[in-house]
Design a protein around this ligand. Structure first.
Ligand SMILES: CC(C)(COP(=O)(O)OP(=O)(O)OC[C@H]1O[C@@H](n2cnc3c(N)ncnc32)[C@H](O)[C@@H]1OP(=O)(O)O)[C@@H](O)C(=O)NCCC(=O)NCCS
Length: 102
């Protein structure tokens, strides 16, 4: 697979499915979602360390899933590295199912 193949079908961010909430005027986290081959793909999920483990990622992921559903998408996907247990737990908790491989 070439990089050209990877970028085929990649669109700009879906604004309704991307969030960058502030806390006290400071950027606290970011979730960015693009469209890949006709389906939403969450490409970036990050929470500042001081805001972690309070359920914020799950809250934002649910907003992504709700927005995707409102837009008519039947499925949302993302990629996570083995061993990123906090992320895997958050993703499973909101309903993502694991598939292995690329
Ligand atoms: C992954 C990340 C976005 C999660 O954000 P968050 O707001 O802390 O997530 P949530 O609080 O919604 O859920 C995290 C859950 O994992 C749990 N958790 C934290 N560390 C864990 C670990 N090492 N093993 C297992 N579970 C863990 C938390 O306790 C929480 O579950 P609980 O509330 O039932 O106890 C955040 O840790 C982060 O920004 N990490 C660095 C960037 C990153 O890895 N992004 C994901 C790339 S795919």
């Amino acid at each position: 697979m070439s990089w050209k193949d990877c970028s085929t079908g990649l669109r700009s961010f879906i604004s309704e499915c991307s969030f960058r909430p502030d806390v006290g005027g400071e950027l606290a986290s970011m979730i960015l979602c693009t469209e890949f081959k006709g389906l939403p793909l969450v490409v970036y999920v990050a929470m500042l360390p001081e805001f972690r483990n309070r359920g914020y990622a799950r809250f934002l992921l649910k907003k992504v899933l709700d927005a995707a559903q409102r837009l008519g998408y039947g499925e949302v996907s993302l990629v996570v590295t083995d061993g990123n247990d906090a992320a895997i737990k958050a993703y499973r908790d909101v309903g993502f199912k694991a598939e292995t491989g690329i």
